[in-house]
Design a protein around this ligand. Structure first.
Ligand SMILES: Cc1cc2nc3c(=O)[nH]c(=O)nc-3n(C[C@H](O)[C@H](O)[C@H](O)COP(=O)(O)OP(=O)(O)OC[C@H]3O[C@@H](n4cnc5c(N)ncnc54)[C@H](O)[C@@H]3O)c2cc1C
Length: 382
């Protein structure tokens, strides 16, 4: 297979309808299906999803994101929204509130079922086996990118738990609670309270090495016992994940990427769902203006730089993490916090975050980063 621009039917079978561009996407995960759901907006393109060999079975998990532009369809399918969320450390707590941009939890299987339904109505076909993709005008690859050795990872295990007693505050999501073991590196609990008795509780670390499953499970159990007095609970569901944090190479250098393989994962946070929607939105808008369909990195270069400095700090001085996130939570209001994490910061907001941070670790991080600087793939300027 060759690059999308080289695939304009040079040597490929001609499309049955010469005005139609045949577009194949390798994979049927978040990005591929989110695009397929909007196939009706792409006139003159015939979209096909190609399920790759060796693809693992789809399993459910929660996508968390802040409601905002381009996310109305996803928000309407949400399991729950919180207008208030907190960051907790041994030294204090920040509670942020937003009416406009609630933190939103969406089940993966609810989103993919919705997308499959929309795709079917738009006539999107599904094939199996990568070789099927060679016969298209444009091919995009949504299979996960390779993860270089030693890269920072966000790794976690989450239990959806049910307690017999009402113990959770259902109105406030806990984005980060650092009152857990910090001996392996940056570690926090992410707790989404679906009701006073049910919550998704995740033990999450930002380090280059994953832990044994028993570690996360024990951390969750200890946390619930210590901070909620919960000694016994029912486990309704388990979710686990490893998300690479950094600039990733494309899976196959000659096939342009989309989604995580198209640079959509935000390096400092692992959030990707809202950025995938942004990436697709821009690609569709450009195609509708007559430009070639293509999926650009949905982050600004300056944000990737700030992320790289933050990741360097978290890798080398993880003991500073609780203080950094608490300072950020205290410096911003809820709308600003949501905009910053959703990649919609402007310069005044970026400066507000920079001013809230302790200068010494960031200066040291910047120096370390510049000393070991490597080139990375093209992002949006600005
Ligand atoms: C458990 C979990 C929780 C997450 N939570 C959040 C969150 O709360 N908020 C957020 O913004 N982001 C979250 N993310 C990150 C991100 O949103 C998801 O990873 C998202 O699914 C990325 O979409 P994608 O289309 O790039 O990849 P995927 O949805 O993973 O799709 C990849 C495609 O490649 C195929 N594939 C996978 N492995 C192989 C293989 N070895 N060989 C061939 N084919 C393969 C898959 O079958 C699929 O078709 C989470 C990720 C995980 C794993």
């Amino acid at each position: 297979m060759t690059t999308a621009s080289m695939q304009r039917c040079g040597g490929c079978p001609m499309s049955p309808d010469h005005t139609m561009r045949q577009v194949h996407v390798l994979g049927d995960g978040c990005a591929a299906l989110s695009l397929a759901a909007r196939a009706h907006e792409l006139a003159n393109h015939k979209l096909t999803l190609v399920r790759p060999q060796g693809a693992p079975p789809e399993t459910d998990h929660i996508w968390g994101f802040w409601a905002g532009p381009g996310l109305a369809a996803a928000s309407s399918l949400a399991r729950k929204r919180w207008h208030s969320w907190s960051i907790v450390t041994g030294q204090g707590k920040a509670v942020l509130r937003s009416q406009q941009r609630p933190y939103t939890a969406l089940h993966r299987l609810d989103w993919t079922a919705h997308c499959r339904d929309m795709a079917q109505r738009a006539g999107v076909a599904t094939l199996a086996g990568e070789e099927a993709a060679t016969a298209a005008d444009l091919v995009f690859d949504s299979r996960p990118p390779p993860v270089p050795d030693g890269m920072m990872l966000q790794h976690f295990l989450g239990l959806e738990v049910r307690s017999r007693r009402a113990i959770f505050d259902p109105d406030t999501a806990i984005l980060m609670d650092f009152r857990v073991d910090q001996s392996h590196g940056m570690h926090f609990i992410y707790l989404l309270p679906f009701s006073a008795k049910e919550a998704l509780v995740e033990s999450t670390l930002f380090t280059p090495f994953v832990c044994p499953e028993s570690y996360y499970q024990q951390e969750i159990t200890t946390y619930l016992e210590t901070h909620f007095g919960l000694e016994e609970f029912e486990t309704l569901r388990i979710e686990r994940g490893v998300i690479p944090l950094g600039i990733l190479p494309q899976r196959a250098p000659s096939i342009p990427g989309i989604g995580g393989n198209g640079g959509a994962i935000r390096p400092s946070s692992g959030y990707a769902f809202p950025f995938i929607q942004k990436q697709i939105d821009r690609a569709i808008a450009a195609a509708r203006e007559g430009r070639e369909l293509g999926f650009a990195v949905p982050h600004r270069r300056v944000d990737l730089w700030m992320d790289a400095v933050l990741l360097t700090v978290l890798r080398h001085w993880p003991e500073r993490a609780p203080e950094l996130f608490l300072r950020m939570g205290r410096a911003l209001d809820g709308d600003e916090f949501a905009r910053f994490l959703s990649g919609e910061a402007d310069w005044p907001l970026r400066l507000k975050v920079i001013m809230a941070m302790p200068k010494a670790p960031f200066l040291s991080g910047l120096i370390r980063l510049l000393a070991g600087r490597r080139p990375h793939r093209t992002a949006e300027a600005g």
